[in-house]
Design a protein around this ligand. Sequence first.
Ligand code: 5GP
Length: 192
Amino acid sequence: MKELEEKIKNDGSIISEDILKVDSFVNHQVDPELMLHIGQDFAEHFKGRGITKVVTIESSGIAPALMTAQQLGIPLVILKKQPSKILNDNLYQTQVTSYTKGTSYELTLSANYIGEKDHVLIIDDFLANGEAATGAIRLLRKAHATIAGVGILIEKSFQPGREKIKSQGFEVYSLARVSKMQKDYIEFIPEE
Ligand code: 5GP
């Protein structure tokens, strides 16, 4: 998606060879117009596949996932990073290693919101090692849902996430695929 690539080039900052910061339009401040276009792109790509829910991981995936759900006319379900005191019954849980923090957290889903009749699209902001998306897949399997695919805003293609998700049998559709980055330099895999 050219618009996202341009935004990354102009407003993203490269923290190291493997961490890109997009705080000014995705992770801290959010650009609503860009999120709408992202939602339209994902919806156009995944439409007509019988998807019943969009699922994301709190918190950075929420804005683009909400726009995608709105465009597809279906609900958004947010996987929680901590078991809440209110969400105590009927919970599915799995441990995920955080890429940016290096620690692990418990990903939680209430059985009230996803079940065996659901066909789910997973949306997240970044794909690095594929731990977060694989955690989401594990939870959805526990809920007996089926998975339509994984939509990612920014895939770091030099890291193994795409292969990890593909090897589990799922499509990965990424809007911007970074092939290389260094201080003040970023390169994308051209769109097909
Ligand atoms: P993975 O689980 O695929 O290793 O990493 C994906 C998760 O880690 C995403 O949900 C995202 O929050 C975070 N992440 C991975 N790489 C980056 C990065 O370069 N920048 C930012 N801001 N977050 C990242």
